[in-house]
Design a binder for this molecule. Sequence first.
Ligand SMILES: [Zn+2]
Length: 431
Amino acid sequence: MASRANHRVLLRCAVLCAAALLCSDVTAVSAAESPSATPVAASNFPIASAARLAGDSKQTRFVLDLDKTIQFRAFALADPYRAVLDLPQVTFQLPAGAGTGGRGLVKAFRYGLVMPGGSRIVFDLTGPAKIAKSYVLDAANGQPPRLVLELEEVDRTTFVQSLSVESRPELRPAIAAADATDAAVPVAAFKPAASADLRPVVVIDPGHGGIDNGTQAGSESEKSLVLRFGLALRDRLEKSGKYRVVMTRTDDTFIPLGDRVRIARNQSAALFVSIHADALPRREGDAQGATIYTLSDRASDAEAERLAEAENKADAIGGVNLTEEPTDVADILIDLAQRETRAFSNRFARLLMGEMKTTVRMHKRPLKSAGFKVLKAPDVPSVLIELGYVSNKGDLEHLVSENWRSRTVGSMAQAIDTFLAKRLATAGAAN
Ligand SMILES: [Zn+2]
């Protein structure tokens, strides 16, 4: 019972902590805009210096060494089975490869930022397990402060019952609060700048981020490659002054897939462009070049299907409870809007291919479609671009080259110009 009481205290702390995060969220965003403020704040975050697993497939213990005690929240998620630790923003200085190997009930774990001010550790479990205990120990006997998570094997029924209301994740507190006030905008930065600004909105969506690294090639991770690209595209588009450009993320933060779609919809975006850089399992050969994807219920080929599956896993990777995602409204109006939107998405994809192929190496079949969750806004034309394969040496050289990036950004900006000029002309004629 003592651990139960502890749990309650922790939960109460977590609520306070979440409230603090909510407030710090806004300040963190404005602080990020003034470059000098960020490094100062970064040095104050607790540091996690080591992590270890002990035990067996019945009971497994995870220990994280810290430089100060922290408040946290622990909860479990089903399908796939995961355990999640939500922490205040932590600077992870764990050895390279930490979390890739498992032990006992833990297959592997990931860690990183899920929002400004909030970090998360997600454990992939081998099967249903309950969080038997979770606590923070003060420094003692030459040991640093430690966060301890104890997992115990249970059957599925017990596991599902243990997902009680109080242990249900609120996902990101900022999102929960925004949803509650019916203004489903994750952070202040995503609010429209001014209602008087009638320029079309282009949403650029650098894939992955924070706890979700995307694909990895040596020291280069997809999340940072696509962020650099997205920011360059933003700068190029903003220079023309014709559009208002909204980024789904401008730093190394995790954004759930549903939120990316929500940002595009809340902004009544004229176009949504998601940026990724794929990798191919070795056995599937050595594909190369850029590919442009649109949404389809049926994948255009096996590779497109595999890729959509991989990209759709982002929420599970980031510890978002998939069962809590609102189900799509099956409505005839949405269906009609979707059909029109898909026609526009396909038109943009073809335009984009036409522009890109003059400057960039394209995949041998550059236009494909599959069920990407991030492309599901029923009213915003959306495409997902895989810039190239980080698993291909030549593509990777391009992806990290500033010259290549600049040329590719140029051809994409050209395609966006052509697409939106036509759309706006048509819209104007209709009025
Ligand atoms: Zn990706």
